[in-house]
Design a binder for this molecule. Structure first.
Ligand code: DCP
Length: 605
């Protein structure tokens, strides 16, 4: 154990993190819709039998798992194991799995989590990290009742759940309220309360891991499923590691894990501690070596970042046989773009944000996996199609216009969301002006006999673009009419700590009852997360990005106006005689430039 950070606890930066992971999520969503499926062995199939000649399971209920049914099994193989297995098929739209129902269910859960954690990071459709350090701090002094630790396990302990909690409670009753073990127990009570609330409000069960950081919380969460939670006291990390294959640790699953398996010859997480820092740095470089060294000791500094919404919206399609023609490619580009446009319309309507970056990922026959990124000017269908085409052509089109590879997977993705700029913002106006210039210029993926070179026909079809145009966002507009251009502040809001009244001092170290009221601790606003400005690359609060972009636009405009005035000034022929009264002094000229600066521009608007 590294002295100052024994068991993953940095004394200066003590944290309590939980990972909440929904149990067999898609199965639960189906069961809520069709209650007759509840409690049955169930598998969610990707396709109906009619499509793609039989299908495999993408989610399997715990009742089915007990029978030996696993994700990835084909329907006929599952039925061979047990004819009682029920199957349901994913809903489809445009010949692709339609995740709408699951995304909506996920939002219900995430909304509950966001209410109860100081910092909340959505990690996937059914997983989120929460940093509950501040919530637990406010609970210090509260008594803990064993009954509030139902369905709670202690990593590193053996025996039944009741035995584990009994042994743990004996230990914690001797700990003072500054000890991490006492605090992690409060955290377990708190997370149990959140899980109960998720169940009562959504009917979904979930599991959780509670520990000092994201790595150990995630590992603990997987140890007791479903409908259970596991806390990992720092001193028990070595015991947990003895039971965990090291490739289960986040980031060790891919190429790095494979390389480590070969080079270090290890299997269990507990074996990582056998390598010195210099061994690891020599093999994997400074950064990765140090990171592995820390992980071996349960140390992970990565913060839970505030991210309540998805980072990006992606639509993808696999083509097991490869895309065979330009027609087929054009059709799929259009279909994926339509789906993405719908999703982005919801992002604008529900979350008042727009994507500013577009990425295309492809899996090719010879070229392997490749991705291309570009700024996204507007989130409407035409711009999405045009952006996809640009990316695809950049990677695939050879000089003679033919394609030099086969596409086996195509994914288009919009990300780098920023708050939707105010309708009247200068940024929006210029962006719209720019985008109207590019309208009607969108070419299909590749010229092909029988294909028009533009989207004029498609333009006639109703799209969601009108929705984007009409939708009014009530994001407050930034104050712009300022004659002295100063960059908007990027400082984050500081929220006051909760009052000490919330901390109950009585019954220290006792295992008396903890009321629901006690556990329903105060919610508090979360600090905003930052992003990088695409213009100056400075870190900016996401909520301030629109305002910050306005600042850049305003600066550019001001420079343009000044330069126009200067050139007017210089082109006014020096030979021409200008009446003295109209020439003006240098001071007057400067003030003329100033008077036509961005402030007066905004005033006109
Ligand atoms: N999913 C999918 N394709 C995959 C893996 C998962 O479509 N290859 C979907 C179905 C799952 C959901 O994502 O229900 C969440 O995935 P998880 O890996 O979290 O698995 P489950 O929630 O199904 O089960 P568990 O209880 O083991 O977490």
């Amino acid at each position: 154990m590294a002295g100052a950070e024994k068991g993953g606890i940095n004394p200066d930066e003590e944290r309590i993190v939980a990972l909440i992971d929904m149990d067999c999520f898609y199965c639960q969503v189906f069961c809520r819709k069709q209650p007759e499926l509840k409690g049955k062995p169930l598998a969610v199939l990707q396709y109906s039998d009619a499509i793609d000649g039989g299908s495999s399971a993408i989610a399997v209920s715990y009742e089915a798992r007990k029978l030996g049914i696993k994700r990835g099994m084909r329907k006929k193989d599952m039925l061979a194991i047990s004819p009682d297995v029920k199957t349901v098929v994913m809903p489809h739209h445009r010949k692709k799995a339609d995740l709408t129902m699951f995304r909506a269910a996920s939002c219900e859960v995430m909304a509950i989590l966001a209410k109860h954690a100081t910092v909340f990071e959505r990690a996937s459709i059914d997983e989120a990290f929460i940093d509950i350090t501040a919530n637990v701090k406010r609970m210090i002094g509260l008594p803990i009742n064993k009954s509030k630790l139902h369905k709670t396990f202690v990593a590193g302990y053996e025996g039944s759940q009741e035995d584990q909690i009994s042994k743990w409670s004996d230990h914690v009753s001797g700990c003072d309220h500054h000890s991490y073990d006492y605090k992690i127990t409060l955290a377990a009570v708190y997370v149990n309360m959140i899980r109960d609330q998720i169940l009562s409000e959504t009917q979904f069960t979930c599991s959780a891991g509670i520990g000092a950081n994201k790595i150990v919380a995630k590992l603990a969460a997987g140890t007791h499923k479903p409908d259970s939670q596991t806390m990992i006291p720092p001193d028990n990390i070595p015991a947990l590691y003895q039971t965990i294959n090291f490739t289960k640790i986040r980031n060790f699953g891919g190429k790095l894990g494979t390389a480590m398996q070969q080079e270090l010859g290890i299997q269990w997480a507990s074996e990582l501690v056998n390598f010195t820092l210099s061994d690891l740095v020599t093999k994997y470089g400074d950064k990765t070596g140090q990171w592995i060294f820390n992980i071996a000791r349960g140390i992970d500094h990565e913060p839970v970042k505030h991210r309540a919404l998805v980072k990006q919206s992606a639509c993808s399609k696999n083509f097991p046989q490869g895309i065979k023609s330009v027609d087929e490619l054009n059709k799929w580009v259009l279909d994926l773009a339509e789906e993405l446009e719908e999703r982005l319309a919801f992002e604008l309507a529900d979350n008042k944000r727009v994507a500013t970056q577009f990425t295309t990922h492809m899996r090719l026959g010879e070229g392997g996996s490749t991705s291309t990124q570009m700024p996204l000017v507007k989130c409407d269908l035409d711009h999405l199609v045009a952006s996809a085409n640009k990316c695809i052509n950049k990677k695939l089109a050879s000089r003679d216009g033919s394609y030099n590879d086969v596409i086996f997977m195509l994914s288009i993705c919009a990300g780098k969301f920023v708050p939707a700029p105010d309708k009247n913002s200068i940024y929006t106006m210029l962006r719209d002006k720019e985008s109207s210039k590019s309208n009607n210029k969108i070419s299909i993926v590749k010229k092909d006999p029988g294909f028009a070179d533009d989207v004029s026909e498609r333009d006639k079809r109703p799209t969601l673009s009108g929705f984007f145009e009409k939708l009014k966002c009530d994001i407050p507009s930034s104050s712009r009419a300022t004659s002295e251009l100063s960059e908007p502040s990027t400082a984050s809001t500081v929220y006051p700590e909760k009052s000490e009244e919330c901390v109950k001092e009585n019954n220290r170290n006792s295992w008396n009852s903890l009321s629901e009221e006690d556990t329903k601790l105060m919610l508090q606003p979360v600090e905003g997360s930052k992003t990088r400005c695409p213009v100056c690359n400075k870190p900016v609060l996401e909520t301030k990005l629109a305002e910050h972009l306005d600042f850049h636009t305003a600066l550019t405009l001001q420079r343009k106006i000044e330069s126009e005035l200067r050139s007017q000034d210089s082109t006014s022929s020096p030979k021409r005689k200008v009446p003295q009264s109209r020439k003006g002094s240098k001071k007057q000229k400067i003030s003329a430039v100033q008077s036509k600066n961005i402030a007066s521009f905004f005033k006109k608007i």
